[in-house]
Write a protein that binds this ligand. Structure first.
Ligand code: BG6
Length: 450
């Protein structure tokens, strides 16, 4: 059990309500926190009760007595990120406990907040500072932030968050790859035909139009979440399955990755969303082909499909193996084997194998060997933000993104040639032009089946 004060910058934002406060609540509920305080900071005048009551519904299965603790231990402080005197006010509220500063703000404020946290000695050497994504908006800005924060903090205090790294099945990618003898020998260009990373959402931009319009899908989820999935799937075996080694291998593979084809789209009606500019050219959909220039992956295309307002919410990685040489007289397999990692929903993984069709001598059909996490371990696996905040409390940076990884990922995105932006209807699979793009670039997106 730990003691900590959480100081949340951007406390009036969506993320605080939906994710950060519920995650702190879970830590309290699961007895990971003994004594704690929450100090919410933002520019506007707000009442902490309002923020907490909006947050309660996202905490799920709330026990009244534990929630009362949250209410009792939380305060709100009006703080203009650019006013030095506001930081001295904040200092008055801080006790001796370990401090976790959570910058849930737009990245343009990271610089100034970090500077004043250091100047007024609010963040001591033993305290940690969490930076929410997006970490900049391109390579240049990310480098600038990295440079600035590394002059005031030690890298050991810096936690660049990518909440996908806190998801159970994402944590399982390396464990599964390197603890199963049957996987690793096949995990290369000799046996794998292609890898697809599908990250679709049915949601629209909602109330985040103002933010989203400045970023678009490539900067919002591909630069971080999708490229982290790619790095974990493609990296070489680390010396040990522990944080620093894994981060080094991820960085190494990102350094050698580039986008070789792209198709971007925007959903109908996006330009009328609140906060979005009327002539916006921001993409809400992207299909990418990527290549990794190393001996393991040379010749194997990786694909990423990501977007909003699509048919359904799903994040999966499909590893498509090469086809076997057909020894059957009549019906050969129509497709190859797949190994699918379902990040969400229905967390789990499955291996699709060809098997005999009952009652027929030489007919085969694909069947699935499936692992469903919920069915095996029950529904209460921790939420990503809970796992990540616990790691920050314990000083474990393993699943946080290192400076070099972030910069390599931005370099990949900065170089994408977007081309024409195709529009698509909400609730569909993307722009109609995708069909021709798929054919040209050699991909047939795998449907998730169990
Ligand atoms: C966030 C993006 O990082 O990830 C959102 O800013 C996106 O636009 C979200 O909806 C998806 O996360 P999850 O965990 O719901 O898949």
């Amino acid at each position: 059990m730990k003691d900590a004060t959480f100081i949340i910058f951007g406390a009036t934002g969506d993320l605080t309500r939906r994710k950060i406060i519920p995650a702190i609540y879970k830590l309290v509920k699961n007895k990971k926190l003994r004594s704690f305080r929450i100090i919410g900071c933002a520019r506007s005048k707000k009442n902490i009760q309002t923020i907490l009551s909006q947050s309660k519904k996202f905490a799920r299965d709330v026990q009244a007595s534990r929630w009362r603790k949250i209410v009792k231990n939380s305060v709100y402080q009006v703080l203009d990120f650019y006013k030095e005197e506001d930081y001295t006010q904040l200092a008055v509220l801080l006790g001796k406990q370990q401090r976790i500063f959570y910058l849930a703000t737009a990245p343009e404020h990271f610089h100034i907040i970090s500077k004043y946290l250091a100047k007024y000695k609010l963040a001591r050497k033993t305290d940690n500072v969490v930076y929410e994504k997006p970490f900049g908006h391109d390579l240049y800005s990310a480098k600038k932030i990295n440079k600035c924060i590394s002059t005031v903090f030690n890298e050991k205090q810096i936690y660049r968050i990518d909440h996908y790294l806190g998801k159970e099945l994402v944590g399982d990618i390396t464990l599964m790859r390197f603890t199963n003898r049957i996987l690793e020998p096949l995990w290369n260009s000799k046996h794998i035909a292609q890898i697809q990373i599908v990250m679709t959402e049915d949601l629209l931009v909602g109330k985040r139009g103002g933010f989203y319009d400045k970023y678009g899908v490539l900067k919002d989820v591909v630069q971080n979440h999708a490229l982290q999935l790619l790095a974990l799937t493609a990296m070489e075996a680390p010396k040990m399955l522990s944080g620093e080694y894994i981060r080094s291998e991820k960085a190494r593979v990102l350094k050698r990755t580039q986008v070789t084809a792209a198709l971007v789209g925007q959903y109908h009606g996006y330009k009328s969303e609140p906060g979005v500019t009327k002539n916006s050219t921001t993409e809400t959909f992207a299909a990418l082909q990527l290549k990794i220039n190393n001996s393991r992956w040379r010749g194997v295309p990786f694909y990423i499909l990501a977007g909003k307002a699509l048919v359904k919410k799903q994040t999966s990685i499909h590893i498509k193996f090469k086809e076997v040489h057909c020894l059957l007289a009549k019906s050969c397999p129509s497709d190859s084997n797949y190994f699918t990692i379902r990040i969400q929903p229905d967390n789990g993984f499955s291996l699709e194998l060809n098997s005999k069709m009952p009652g027929k001598k030489q007919a085969i059909i694909p069947v699935n060997m499936d692992f469903c996490e919920k069915c095996r371990f029950g529904p209460n696996t921790p939420e990503a933000y809970e796992t990540l905040l616990e790691d920050v409390l314990c000083g474990d940076q393993s699943v946080f993104v290192r400076k070099d990884e972030i910069e390599y990922a931005w370099k990949i995105i900065d170089r994408v040639r977007k081309g024409k932006i195709y529009s698509y209807k909400k609730g569909t699979g993307g722009p109609p032009a995708l069909d021709a793009w798929n054919k040209k670039n050699g991909v047939l997106w795998k449907e998730v089946s169990k």
